[in-house]
Design a protein around this ligand. Sequence first.
Ligand SMILES: Cc1cc2nc3c(=O)[nH]c(=O)nc-3n(C[C@H](O)[C@H](O)[C@H](O)COP(=O)(O)OP(=O)(O)OC[C@H]3O[C@@H](n4cnc5c(N)ncnc54)[C@H](O)[C@@H]3O)c2cc1C
Length: 318
Amino acid sequence: MTTDLTVYTQTAQRFADAFGESFQVNVPISKYTSARVGGSAEMMLIAKSAADLQKAVELACAANIRYTIIGGGSNILVSDRGVRGLVIFNKAKQVQFRHSGASVICTAESGMNLSSLARMCISKGLGGLEWAIGVPGTVGGAVVGNSGAHGGDMNDNLLLATVWEPGRGVRTYSLEDMQYEYRNSVFKREQGNKFKLRRVVLSADLKFKPGSTDVIMARADEFNEKRKKSQPGGATMGSMFKNPENYYAGYLIETAGLKGFRCGGASISEKHANFFLNDGTATAEDIRALIAEAWHTVRDRFGVEMELEVELVGDWDY
Ligand SMILES: Cc1cc2nc3c(=O)[nH]c(=O)nc-3n(C[C@H](O)[C@H](O)[C@H](O)COP(=O)(O)OP(=O)(O)OC[C@H]3O[C@@H](n4cnc5c(N)ncnc54)[C@H](O)[C@@H]3O)c2cc1C
């Protein structure tokens, strides 16, 4: 797996000089993802601040090395063959609040855990992000995927995103610039294009409405209960497919008779058919086989071609 050896060694040395022990080579990715599968990162860096994140992608661009950002790793399926180039795990977590008229604005670095941010806001009596309680992953991942639940999504919260763009540097994206749709954004639409360097979310400004902590907390508890009742625990990536128009992907997969269907160590949850589980022995290839089975069976039974919500990351070419 590589990139020309000399270039690789020189680049690795440059990263080691710049980031010290935060940089390593040949690191297994599985423990950094919620599905607990996937091969190794050729080079791996833990970014502890937005400044680190920016410096890392600038260095990677200058060295002509591909980079992949992983936040919580909760919406990706990493190939068993791993990921070439530099994988950056985003742990930039600084958060600041300020008043703006009747609202409060929070600037959160993109590696901040979304659910923890929601809890922090509730404890301060700030409403608007309750839907995110229990959604794993980071602010950056949620900004990219327009994550949402219980009728809310990032589209309701985002004021602007501070983004590093290859060739253009740091820019501000307004809500309109994000071109949000259901679990989609201008960033997510680029995921299929493996030749294009990806934009990087450094931080996000989110808006909140002050309110009664008890009322906001009660709403969050209700959402959390619903989640516990309807979703399985364990190693999963959340919803595998987006809900097609007028359907629920889970309903289609369940009605196609696939609940409990298994490929190797991966199975379709008995509790929620749009959740695919790793029993601890699954490979990424097992999960991909399960995706193919569900997709084809649903298309053959109902004529519906489902779209993946989860992104396939790394080396999937044959
Ligand atoms: C149990 C479970 C429940 C879930 N429930 C929900 C739910 O209710 N609603 C929902 O919407 N989702 C849900 N998800 C999916 C997932 O948690 C969200 O999509 C989450 O927002 C992904 O964030 P992440 O940091 O884990 O992204 P990752 O999986 O790390 O990355 C996803 C994509 O975003 C890119 N990315 C991440 N950070 C950045 C950045 N800073 N800049 C640029 N690109 C970036 C990555 O490169 C990748 O392309 C669930 C997942 C699990 C496992």
